[in-house]
Design a protein around this ligand. Structure first.
Ligand code: NAI
Length: 306
């Protein structure tokens, strides 16, 4: 009896590993700062073919130009040869045709903006159009994986989160989050794949903010509240946290880097899903998002960017 159940477990485990080895074609949806980073590391370290999907040629051109910039940096620093960079570029195909990209995909990683209805719509399409054994992963920072899985009607058990950290080529950490509906084999396959990408995974439960953002974003939000309360200037707040608290960068500079829209969206999820007033988003943060001051990506946030 014991041996039989061990054999079944072994079989499940080995089928999970086999599937992971079979991820040759990856679809990344959203060619912004996260999607582009994921595409680059997957093509470089895991050696897979990547379809990078965005809504317009302009967005894709911007993404591919950024990819070239990152590769040139790697060549200059001696981390890649020109030949290797060419191979990596050849493995990444930009496209606006999601349906076409899904045809032969083994795994999807969605990295569109942190808007729940947008993600639900995409996962509903993935359930209908992706191959029946494809892993359907989201890079959401805060939206319930269980809710995203529920939107993938008929494919709920294949939805998982692979929450990469920014910048993806630099940060080794990835949170792997299982929805209530996710099959364990999908979690195992995802762990194996991020391992091929050279990442170090942490397992987290599907709970508001998971591990990283449950801790990090309230810290950033508090720094914005300190600023709006007039306790210190942006420069002084950041300098104190860097020089006095051993943080590698100040919370407001970090917010600009992450994107103020993303930070605000995460705080709103923490506030709404826990019902706890300690997660109230800063009013100033919301106003800056309304003004389109999203940080580095828009040229203005707590600081100005050329
Ligand atoms: P971004 O705004 O830089 O990029 C989003 C991209 O998605 C844009 O290129 C946009 O044109 C594209 N897009 C929008 N609708 C689309 C659609 N229907 N189909 C295909 N592409 C579409 O955003 P970013 O920062 O890359 O964030 C993406 C996701 O990653 C969000 O869920 C965010 O919460 C998460 N994330 C962000 C981190 C950060 O530090 N910015 C860190 C970890 C996760």
């Amino acid at each position: 009896m014991l041996r039989t159940s061990m054999t079944i477990q072994k079989r499940l485990f080995s089928s999970a590993r086999t599937l992971a080895k079979d991820v040759n074609n990856l679809t990344v949806i959203g060619g912004g700062q996260m999607g582009l980073g994921i595409a680059l590391v997957a093509a470089n370290k895991a050696g897979v073919n990547v379809k990078l999907v965005d809504t317009s040629d302009a967005a894709l051109d911007k993404g591919m130009a950024f990819l070239q910039k990152l590769l040139s940096k790697d060549i200059k620093k001696g981390r890649l040869t020109e030949e290797q960079a060419k191979d990596i570029t050849a493995r990444v195909t930009p496209t606006t045709d999601l349906t076409g990209a899904l045809k032969d995909t083994d795994m999807v990683i969605e990295a569109v903006p942190e808007i729940p209805d947008l993600k639900f719509k995409i996962f509903s399409q993935l359930a209908k159009e992706a191959p029946a054994d494809a892993i359907l992963a989201t890079n959401t920072s805060s939206i319930s994986i269980t809710k995203i899985a529920a939107a993938a009607k008929g494919a709920e058990n294949r939805v998982v989160a692979a929450h990469f950290m920014n910048p993806v080529p630099v940060q080794p950490g990835v949170e792997i989050i299982q929805a209530l509906q996710t099959d364990k084999s999908i979690v195992d396959d995802t762990l194996a794949f991020v391992g091929r990408m050279g990442k170090v995974p942490s397992l987290a439960k599907d709970s508001p903010g998971f591990i990283a953002n449950r801790i990090l974003v309230p810290y950033i939000n508090e720094a914005v509240i300190v600023l709006e309360s007039g306790i210190g200037s942006a420069k002084d707040i950041d300098a104190m946290m860097v020089n006095g608290c051993a943080m590698p960068m100040g919370p407001l500079a970090l917010a600009d880097f992450i994107g103020l829209d993303t930070c605000f969206a995460i705080m709103n999820v923490l506030y709404k899903d826990t019902g706890d007033s300690k997660y109230r988003p800063s009013v100033l943060l919301g106003k800056m998002v309304d003004a389109g001051w999203l940080g580095k990506k828009s040229g203005k946030g707590f600081y100005e960017y050329k």
